[in-house]
Design a protein around this ligand. Structure first.
Ligand code: MLC
Ligand code: AMP
Length: 514
């Protein structure tokens, strides 16, 4: 039987000329050039280090580090060694990390040196045996240890339905859930996008992808990285997104992937011109709704039509506008269900809707995850009896098959491409001294698309200070979850049933950010 380990498939796509550059860094003090051989050897050494620890099969390797090529190699090494990669946003605070580590029980935790004190305390308390550090300057105990390992490693045999990664997504109620993704989920989706977005039709190695997204979420880690590796394409690697610096490198690139905020920020740069984009063949947008104004402005300024696609952590990519003809990419839609993906729209009783009607989007396919980590009841809740996954997104399919997302049944704010669950933020605010209750709503924001605003009611006799609430929240939750503004009010608007009317709050604060 063939080895279904995702790393084996990615490795098989490396170009024959292993000394060619696979990754060039763009914002390190000096540019660093990593060859395909460097990737192969580096991941072998890291995989051998993991193997030397004699961990149980399918151990979780939790990683909260700044973006670097070595961090990418660690992801590939975890696949290679047959363990389960658990990426963590660098913005997560101690309370959040404590939950993830407690829930996933990782055998190994890797963090940056500056966070080693508190992260290792959490990890050792939770029973993790090995904590390493990895920084974005090629330093840290992980690399020190790996340096002693052999650079030859046989890829661990895995089946398509073996776990490759767990990606935590916040829940509408309660705590985050770990979406279990298999080698088969990741490879099948990567292969579909490889064909659908025209990578397969290019001569191998002729694409160059500008990689400027974080590598702790699906978009940057799976969609962008797998597309590049599976096509033997070089990556121009940015540790963090900088609009001007990215535009300056487009002349050497062919593909860019970003969340809408990245396009909004590039549009604000005078350097974004048709000439600057002349070498490019594809700009992909996803993770959050793309405003039609951004779609139109991008076409006008760059001469390219953004290709918008739609997906989520549990399912990877679901729909995409067509690659060709460019003219068939429709702004305001997320395109067609990808090959192999079943997508249907149902009413709130789960009954089929006639074409064009708005309802809940349900999906099926080899890309759909295996379930939530150690939460069988939550998994069961999110699937229909005929095993379609309920995305929580609300949309419609038009007569030509284009899918549009018109809203969400889940109470979710997407800010700069990051998901913020109001229930989690409200829980945090409600736990503060003197708070009786709170409501967090998303309002339009010119840069981040949407940001959270909190409306808070004090307990009788208590006096609340908005600034104090904000600074307290900053120590408890990731910065992007902290509301942009806090209003202290006498009471929350409620309907006759006593339910907080978030719609009214959204309307009241809709104009806050212009
Ligand atoms: C930063 N800030 C944010 C924020 N990012 N606030 C709300 N939402 C965000 N996304 C805060 C900072 O803490 C800071 O607050 C202030 O905004 C200004 O920060 P900045 O320096 O301008 O931010 P920057 O570091 O440039 O980051 C912005 C960004 C980043 C857009 C580059 O957020 C980003 O990389 N987003 C991409 C997220 C992503 O990859 N999503 C894919 C998920 S996968 P203060 O108070 O200090 O001023 C998925 C599935 C799918 O969804 O379909 O793909
Ligand atoms: P996550 O849980 O971070 O994977 O986020 C997935 C969610 O992002 C989806 O359920 C959608 O609500 C949203 N999303 C992703 N892509 C798009 C898009 N192109 N347009 C609108 N929403 C999107």
């Amino acid at each position: 039987m063939d080895n279904a380990n995702l790393y084996a498939a990615l490795r098989a796509a490396f170009p024959a000329a292993l000394d060619a550059t696979a990754i060039e860094t763009c914002d390190t003090p000096v540019p660093l050039f990593y060859s395909w051989r460097d990737l192969e050897r580096g991941t072998a050494m890291l995989a051998n280090l993991l193997q030397s620890l004699a961990l149980p099969r399918a151990s979780r390797i939790a990683v909260q580090v700044d973006k670097s090529v070595e961090a990418l190699m660690l992801y590939l090494a975890v696949l290679r060694a047959g363990h389960v990669y658990l990426p963590l946003n660098t913005a997560y605070q101690a309370g959040e990390i404590e939950y993830f580590v407690g829930n996933a029980e990782p055998a190994v935790v890797v963090c940056s040196t500056r966070h080693f004190g508190w992260v290792s305390r959490i990890a050792f308390t939770a029973g993790t045996k090995h904590v390493y550090t990895l920084d974005d300057d090629r330093k840290g105990t992980l690399l020190d240890r790996a340096a002693w390992q052999s650079d030859v490693h046989e890829v661990a045999p895995r089946r398509a339905d073996d776990l490759a990664a767990i990606v935590y997504t916040s829940g509408t109620t309660g705590r985050s859930k770990g979406a279990m993704l298999t080698h088969g989920n990741l490879l099948s989706n990567a292969q579909v996008l490889h064909a659908y977005w025209g990578f397969a039709a290019q001569p191998p190695g002729s694409d160059t992808l500008v990689h400027a997204l974080p590598i702790f979420h699906v978009h940057g880690l799976f969609v962008a990285v797998h597309a590049a590796l599976l096509s033997g394409s070089k990556m121009l690697w940015f540790g963090r997104f900088d609009a001007r610096a990215v535009i300056a490198r487009l002349a050497q690139a062919t593909v860019f992937m970003g969340v809408p905020t990245l396009y909004v920020r590039m549009l604000a740069e005078p350097a974004l011109t048709r000439a600057a984009c002349a070498h490019m063949r594809l700009f992909v947008s996803g993770s959050a709704p793309l405003l039609i104004e951004t779609f139109d402005a991008w076409r006008e300024r760059s001469g390219h039509t953004l290709l918008e696609r739609y997906g989520m952590s549990e399912t990877l990519m679901l729909t995409s506008n067509p690659y060709r003809p460019e003219a068939a990419r429709r702004g305001g839609t997320v395109g067609f269900a990808l090959p192999g993906v079943g997508l249907r729209v149902r009413d709130d009783k789960g009954l089929p809707l006639a074409g064009g009607e708005i309802g809940g989007i349900e999906v099926k396919g080899p890309n759909v995850f295996k379930g939530y980590w150690r939460m069988p009841e939550k998994t069961a809740e999110e699937f229909t009896t005929d095993l379609w996954f309920k995305t929580g997104d609300v949309g419609r399919i038009d007569a030509d098959g284009y899918v549009s997302i018109v809203g969400r049944s889940k109470d979710l704010i997407i800010s700069g491409g990051y998901n913020v669950y109001p229930a989690e933020v409200e829980g945090c605010i409600n736990a503060l001294a003197g708070v009786a209750e709170s409501a967090v709503v998303g309002v339009p924001h010119p840069d981040f698309g949407e940001v959270g605003v909190a409306v808070v009611v004090a307990q009788p006799g208590a006096v609340l200070d908005a600034a104090a609430i904000l600074s307290e929240l900053r120590t408890r939750i990731a910065h992007y979850k902290v509301p942009r503004q806090v209003f202290v009010v006498a009471e929350l608007p409620r309907n006759a049933m006593g339910k907080v009317q978030k719609k009214l709050l959204r309307e009241e604060h809709a104009g806050l950010f212009g």
